[in-house]
Design a protein around this ligand. Structure first.
Ligand SMILES: Cc1cc2nc3c(=O)[nH]c(=O)nc-3n(C[C@H](O)[C@H](O)[C@H](O)COP(=O)(O)OP(=O)(O)OC[C@H]3O[C@@H](n4cnc5c(N)ncnc54)[C@H](O)[C@@H]3O)c2cc1C
Length: 364
């Protein structure tokens, strides 16, 4: 009998969600992350939007992902203090077609995908203006009723507290693991303390490849930066705006605008070049507002992706109780609750992982 059923390395969206999914199944979990806390700074906002990219493609298993995420958010909001700042804003997403090509793509998306009822509709130009007069001249817009903004820093900190409250052992410290061939279990060391664990789950985001057991995966790292702005007066709308870039509302005057996709980069620093590209995105989407904001912050992070642009979740090719849970790309907020339930079912109940997510696709 081990001290823990699973030890999860990484307390970002992936690590938190798998710790939660296993804990819900009554499994004991040790959660490790030396770089965060329950009051950690982080991205001020992120977007949950099922119509992705310039083609507004319906995202992977979106209905299941939304159902899982919404159930989780209801629980998390109930847990959060009444007086605390909100962790999400369910205010929808407008995707204005600010050029003809986008309009063609967006209209095609309405026909091409099997959108669940009530999720999406077309807004004519007049309606866009009535809804938000600051939006740039456009050919109409998609409106995603169920899209929303997550205040990512508050969300993650609240989630960490929630898990600790549920009995997950949360340690914001360096730790290492060793595999014991004889018992086929793991020893976990946190400074002078030692624990045993039946499973290890690496959910360390862009640091996953630094765990040498996983250096065979073809993970691709894409740096991204966002800029946090404050307007000179209160803003009159609440929805997210997403066109070729996005602008998310926070508080009365703040806008979080993103993001860059940097395939070649040298470090996690923020850059003036990225700032300029993001300021240009804001000017393209909300031209008048862009003249009335000042920068109050800039954040850089790294997305992990795979060749099929879907997460990689499953067991190691040789040590089958060592698992990976990463490569959420730009959809960590939307995917992580549902995909965690798949991995938890796989580990605890031996269900199969979908082929398109599993590690087997890299073992063949
Ligand atoms: C600029 C930008 C904008 C984005 N916008 C959005 C958005 O609008 N919507 C959206 O859904 N997604 C967005 N994303 C993507 C989203 O951030 C990721 O999908 C998500 O963070 C992935 O979660 P994760 O837990 O797998 O990885 P991460 O969030 O990277 O978390 C990994 C965790 O592992 C920890 N860790 C690292 N090394 C170790 C170690 N050795 N031991 C233990 N822990 C370790 C880290 O401290 C971190 O907390 C954006 C990303 C960027 C960069």
């Amino acid at each position: 009998m081990t001290d823990f059923y699973a030890t999860v390395f990484g307390a970002g969206p992936s690590g938190l969600s798998i710790a939660n999914a296993l804990s819900k199944k009554g499994k004991s979990v040790l959660l490790i992350d030396p770089y965060v806390s329950e009051n950690a700074p982080g991205a001020p906002a992120g977007l949950v939007n099922p119509a992705t990219g310039r083609r507004a493609k319906l995202s992977w298993r979106s209905r299941e992902c939304f159902d899982a995420l919404n159930r989780h958010l209801d629980e998390l909001e109930q847990f959060a203090d009444d007086g605390a700042q909100p962790i999400i804003s369910r205010s929808g997403v407008i995707r204005p077609a600010i050029n003809e090509k986008l309009a063609d793509n967006f209209l095609e998306s309405l026909e091409k995908y099997d959108w669940p009822k009530g999720w999406i509709r077309w807004m004519k130009r007049d309606e866009v203006t009535a809804c938000n007069p600051e939006i740039a001249p456009n050919h109409g817009a998609l409106y995603l009723n169920n899209g929303f903004t997550v205040f990512a820093d508050r969300y993650l900190n609240t989630y960490r507290k929630f898990l600790r409250n549920k009995g997950v052992e949360c340690r914001y410290e360096e730790a290492s693991y060793q595999f014991n061939e004889n018992s086929r279990t793991f020893s976990i060391s946190i400074q002078e303390e030692h624990y045993s664990s039946e499973h290890i789950i690496i959910a360390a985001g862009f640091n996953a490849p630094s765990f040498k057991d996983w250096d065979y995966l073809p993970l691709h790292l894409v740096k991204g930066q966002i800029v946090h702005f404050e307007a000179d007066e209160d803003l009159s709308w609440h929805h997210a705006v997403s066109s070729m870039g996005y602008a998310l509302r926070r508080g009365k005057r703040e806008l979080v605008v993103g993001s860059t996709y940097e395939h070649k980069f040298e470090g996690l620093n923020t850059t003036d070049d990225a700032y300029q590209r993001i300021a240009d995105k804001l000017a393209n989407m909300l031209p008048n507002i862009s003249k009335r904001v000042k920068k109050i912050g800039q954040v850089a992070g790294i997305r992990v992706t795979t060749p099929n642009k879907l997460p990689v979740i499953g067991r190691h090719r040789e040590i089958d109780n060592l698992c990976i849970y990463t490569a959420m790309g730009s959809k960590g907020l939307l995917f992580s609750e549902y995909t965690a339930s798949l991995l938890a079912d796989h580990l605890a109940d031996n269900t199969a992982m979908p082929d398109e997510l599993g590690t087997d696709r890299f073992h063949k």
